[in-house]
Design a protein around this ligand. Sequence first.
Ligand code: FDA
Ligand code: NAD
Length: 426
Amino acid sequence: MGRAFVYVILGGGVAAGYAALEFTKRGISHGELCIISEEPVAPYERPALSKGFLLPEAPACLPSFHTCVGANEERLTPKWYKEHGIELVLGTRVKSVDVRRKTILTGSGETITYRTLIIATGARALKLEEFGVKGSDSENVCYLRNLVDANRLVDLVQSCPGGNAVVIGGGYIGMECAASLVINRMNVTMVFPEEHCMARLFTPKIASYYEEFYKSKGVNFVKGTILSSFEIDPDGKVTAVNLRDGSSLPADMVVVGIGIRPNTSLFEGQLTLEKGGIKVNGKMQSSNGSVYAVGDVAAFPVKLFGDSRRLEHVDSARKTARHAVAAIMEPNKAVEFDYLPFFYSRVFTLSWQFYGDNIGDVVHYGDFSGGTFGAYWVSNGHLVGSFLEGGTKEEYEAIAKATRLKPAIEDVAELERQGLGFALTA
Ligand code: FDA
Ligand code: NAD
């Protein structure tokens, strides 16, 4: 025997929390909605795990960062779900889903049925073993995807005060963790294969600014190489990281952030996949009409660029979740999702935002010696992407608005001369 729900959200992360809030705003009855999550806690703002959660003084902890505080909305505590008659099935991994029969089998052996399913399974951290390196299960090596990982990271920092931390990967996790580790007074070395950090987004000029800033905080960079093996002592602890270039870095702890893979495996062979995720239409609906997908796992059409994207960022998780619920609850009014990609990060005293697409020619502007600076990307004669470090709320809103307008750029030199002024007057 099992339970039956009208709506089931599979996954209990960022997108699940925002979808739940949207369901209640649009009016659901008690007992209609269920969230099934492998995590033992109600949905929370995952970005906190690499920022406030890692602070040495007064760190952020639950319940303070349950969704949806990240978008200045209500904070959905377990009590909130109870009061709204939403069933939270936590600490429960879903083992299989049959989209034809509309059934879900949980790890505890329960079968849950649905009328409409929202897949919000997010992604998992890629493991070093997938690149042929052994030993990432050692007690002083950690990844960072969920609360369990974040608690481990904090425990490791506390176990070796002032010790050597090696950060593998120069992307978002690497940059944000390296900053947090420095704030915790660790000796930090970042290792990554590219010529500069944040290679998926930053230009060499932008990257160089952040790298110099990190160096001024004591971070060492080892670029253009990857680790080949770990030195592991008889107790199973990593003591050093051996690199492809033949060098070796002493390590009291290691943090690995080498990318993610969307959690699609439950649906392979059942739903159409695209860009490594679940292909959905402008209503977030998959190839099966009763199944929607949102957040990191969804590949959705981005009208602005006329193609399909799978985005791995919190704003997209929040907005795809809200859009799916709107389409489910009011199908006759449903419009095509029209999303402007938005990424951001905050490290040390720095803070940047990016909107749009980073393709085409780049124009830099502003004060790269410690003030406000940014960049525009121009493709096929139109502004398609904007980056800004150190902006005000109004300036960020201006670059977002300008990017959405995709204005024609006839004179790139003039754009460079106007700099931020271009967006402010667009
Ligand atoms: P999310 O990963 O949040 O949730 C997926 C849920 O599904 C999890 O609860 C998981 O346990 C569950 N699940 C998966 N498979 C399951 C199964 N078989 N059975 C049951 N449950 C299952 N973005 C940004 O824009 N700015 C930022 O500053 C940051 N910072 C940041 C820090 C850190 C440490 C991470 C890991 C990520 C970020 N991000 C970010 C990215 C952002 O957090 C991410 O895009 C969203 O969390 C995606 O939301 P989802 O709900 O799609 O997945
Ligand atoms: P990422 O894709 O941002 O960066 C991965 C990095 O791993 C690459 O830049 C590269 O330097 C490195 N790398 C790749 N293969 C490697 C290998 N074999 N050996 C060593 N290094 C290798 O991924 P991430 O930093 O792991 O972040 C994970 C997810 O979390 C992403 O989806 C990201 O969007 C999300 N996240 C976002 C934010 C934010 O938006 N501010 C913050 C934290 C995490």
